[in-house]
Design a protein around this ligand. Structure first.
Ligand SMILES: Nc1ncnc2c1ncn2[C@@H]1O[C@H](COP(=O)(O)OP(=O)(O)OP(=O)(O)O)[C@@H](O)[C@H]1O
Length: 309
């Protein structure tokens, strides 16, 4: 169980004064600026739940993930993950969590992923037979047989993300924290990763908390949605209970070739297949999902709530 009570977090930064005079002044006295990243968050997540955390840039999603994994210590309030305070970072706690930050890599650029995995098995003291069977299971589920022994620098982004997921899960953690794991991936790879995560959750009862900018992705993956805006939790509920249909905000960018020129068109999700058919599949260069504007979405959500009062 994850239990968060009255959690607030404030970053303290130093203001850099401009020019040489400013730099000299900074040597003697630094001006401090406080940023409220999270304010009074209360939340409970049961073991085995899959929860989606969404919010616009700067909402506080990464800060919350860092607090849950013990990288940051709360300014106020408490967090308990399986009755442990994450920022105490005891060894048992570290064995119970898996983390994947989309923009940070656990893999070594010049080494094949299998070397990192072997190293992690030692760090987590996984018994050899358990390590081998988990390695086989993840290799099969993530379809990485052919890429585990290739230096990471030669892999595509999608292949790298699959190897990163292996590293986050090799020690069979009870809690998996994913911060934008599918950033930059095409739709097919995204949905194969989501399929994998659902399976991992179902078969191992792993609690998964996944952060994204995209409401639609979270809707496909989880039943419970948390929306965070400017450091506050503004929605905690089932994706089915959302008073508006997220499809309304979903659109795709289709790039296609029109003779010699490359063209592009933005289109509603519901019209995508019709448009592809119309243009002719052979002309399609790429189809990318465009994130909804979360601000629009949340504004709409609350506008509807106000209307219903
Ligand atoms: N190291 C830091 N020092 C100072 N302020 C920070 C730091 N990291 C984040 N912030 C600020 O805290 C707030 C929350 O940031 P956070 O990265 O948690 O948001 P986010 O929802 O993850 O955003 P994004 O989707 O852009 O990653 C923002 O105002 C951000 O500018």
């Amino acid at each position: 169980m994850i239990k968060i009570e009255d959690l607030s977090f404030e970053y303290t930064t130093f203001i850099k004064n401009p020019g040489i005079k400013g730099t000299l002044k900074d040597l003697f006295k630094r001006d401090i600026k406080k940023i409220n990243a999270l304010e009074k968050i209360n939340l409970k997540i049961r073991d085995g739940e899959m929860v989606g955390l969404i919010g616009p840039n700067g909402a506080g999603k990464t800060t919350l993930t860092k607090l849950l994994t013990g990288i940051l210590h709360p300014t106020q309030g408490t967090i308990l993950v399986n009755s442990t305070i994450p920022s105490n970072q005891n060894n048992q706690f570290l064995k119970e969590i898996g983390v994947l930050f989309g923009q940070k890599s656990q893999l070594s650029w010049d080494l094949p992923a299998i070397d990192t995995l072997n190293m992690l098995s030692k760090i987590y003291s996984i018994p050899t037979d358990r390590y081998q069977s988990r390695l086989q299971e993840l290799t099969r589920m993530l379809d990485v047989e052919k890429i585990l022994r290739i230096p990471v620098r030669k892999l595509s982004l999608g292949q790298r993300v699959r190897c990163e997921l292996m590293c986050s899960l090799i020690h069979s953690p009870k809690y998996l924290f994913l911060d934008e794991p599918t950033l930059g991936l095409d739709i097919v790879t995204q949905s194969s990763i989501y399929k994998f995560l659902k399976k991992e959750n179902r078969e191992h009862h792993t609690t998964i908390i996944i952060t994204s900018h995209y409401l639609k992705d979270i809707e496909e993956l989880t039943d419970r949605l948390l929306i965070i805006m400017k450091g506050s939790l503004v929605y905690d509920g089932s994706t089915n209970d959302l008073p508006i249909n997220p499809e309304e905000f979903q659109h795709f960018l289709i790039k296609y070739s029109d003779g010699e020129k490359q063209k592009e068109i933005v289109i509603d999700a519901k019209d995508v297949s019709k448009k592809i058919e119309e243009l002719g599949i052979e002309k399609i260069l790429s189809v990318t999902r465009q994130g909804i504007s979360l601000e629009d979405f949340v504004m709409n959500l609350f506008a509807k709530k106000e209307q219903n009062k």
